[in-house]
Design a protein around this ligand. Structure first.
Ligand code: AMP
Length: 397
């Protein structure tokens, strides 16, 4: 079975074509700068030279048609005919309380995705454009929607409710939803493969967006992101948890509109806002090592937010069997993992320094006999979407 995975942003379309028997990537790439004068397709096929094309691409529909042409191309293509693709899996972002798992996209599902735009005004519209582009370019192709939020539909109500008047939950569906669910689910499944079922696990997705999830026997019981991806850890440009009173005070003092204050908290805060150097962890770390005090502070605040969540999730889970690091910082930063594991030594975590010196590879980084086992597990959201697409089609999900 071949599955094409599509992940759309407002001006980009990323894709990966999987052979599901071997779970290998046959082709992958992206169209960037959709809607601008010159867009760029970069396309790679296993064993072939990378292909790039600069051409105007007005919308996601045209972007997908460019991708399909590349996939079918005599020289740089990966398939002989579109009929070789069995299904398309879409990163469908926000499924609210409606979608508790991945689903075949029929008209009613697409309509519901449109109804949910109010909850994810930035992220759901591009996902919908991706679905519509497939309907146009590949009529009759089975499609599956994989929602970032569905992994968190197992959260108990006491965990997902905010202490606001109940009417806002009823009127605006205001509750914690959680995001990055596809990534946390992927690494959590891998932990179950490694350790067996019934384990208490905390997964740390530390990338430019960052979140932590508490998982009991494969089911999410709490997560750091909330009604939007702004809540939780300090991130590259997002502030994470702050006193909510600050929002109104900032609007008053800085004369900001709701949209402007949201822009400050989403795009100008976090590592970038605190350090004044960059949103990219590597550059902030470099600056800190060179003596920049604010960069050092930004990293300390980031680590502190992680420790705070890990500690509270251990209390919620009533113990911990495994701690997992994933995403850009989690997979690559030897120093971040070392700092966090040393702070958690009281749990009986014994770090294996040689194993921790690896980057970007799956590894157990705790010593044999460590009371809590610690893993680096590279995330693969596209593969998770492809697996779900296969499983939904085969009626396994
Ligand atoms: P992601 O959003 O998962 O792509 O992660 C991006 C983040 O990972 C950025 O903050 C990068 O600085 C960070 N990152 C990537 N490679 C490294 C590395 N070798 N060491 C530390 N951080 C890294």
């Amino acid at each position: 079975m071949k599955v094409l995975v599509i992940n759309c942003g407002s001006s980009s379309l990323k894709y990966q074509l999987f052979d599901m028997e071997s779970e290998t990537v046959l082709a992958k790439g992206m169209v960037e700068k959709i809607g601008l004068a010159q867009s760029l397709l970069s396309h790679s096929v296993a064993g072939k030279e990378k292909y790039e094309e600069e051409t105007p691409v007005k919308n996601h529909n045209q972007a997908l048609s460019l991708v399909l042409r590349a996939l079918l191309h005599e020289e740089h293509g990966a398939i002989g005919a579109l009929s070789e693709i069995d299904a398309v899996g879409h990163r469908a972002i926000h499924g609210a309380s409606t979608f508790t798992g991945s689903v075949i996209i029929i008209k009613e599902v697409l309509d519901t995705m449109k109804d949910l735009i109010a909850l994810a005004p930035l992220h759901n519209p591009p996902a919908i454009l991706g679905v519509e582009a497939c309907l146009e370019n590949m009529p009759g192709m089975p499609m599956v929607g994989v929602f970032d939020t569905s992994f968190y539909q197992t959260l108990p109500q006491k965990t997902y409710m905010y202490g606001l008047p109940y009417e806002y939950y009823e009127k605006y569906s205001m509750r914690r939803y959680g995001f990055h669910g596809t990534s946390h689910r992927f690494v959590s499944r891998r932990v179950t493969e490694l350790l067996g079922p019934g384990k208490k696990v905390i997964t740390c997705h530390l990338g430019s967006g960052a979140s932590i999830t508490a998982i009991d026997d494969g089911r999410a019981v709490d997560t750091s992101m909330g009604f939007t991806p702004l809540q939780g850890l300090l991130m590259g440009t997002r502030c994470g948890d702050i006193d909510p009173a600050i929002v109104g005070i900032l609007m008053e003092k800085e004369n900001l509109t709701p949209a402007q204050v949201s822009d400050v908290m989403n795009k100008k805060s976090g590592l970038l806002g605190l350090s004044g150097v960059s949103s990219d962890f590597r550059y902030v770390e470099e600056a800190a090592l060179a003596g920049n005090q604010r960069a050092a502070l930004a990293i300390e605040v980031f680590y502190q937010s992680i420790l705070r969540y890990i500690g509270s999730y251990i209390a919620e889970l009533g113990g911990l069997d495994a701690l997992v690091f994933t995403a850009g910082i989690g997979e690559n930063s030897v120093s971040a993992r070392e700092y966090l594991c040393r702070k958690l030594a009281y749990l009986g975590i014994e770090l294996d320094e040689a194993a921790n010196s690896l980057r970007g590879k799956e590894a157990e980084i705790s010593k044999a006999g460590s009371k809590v086992r610690v893993f680096v597990i590279p995330t693969n959201e596209e593969l998770m979407i492809a697996r779900d697409t296969r499983d939904v089609l085969l009626g396994r999900l």
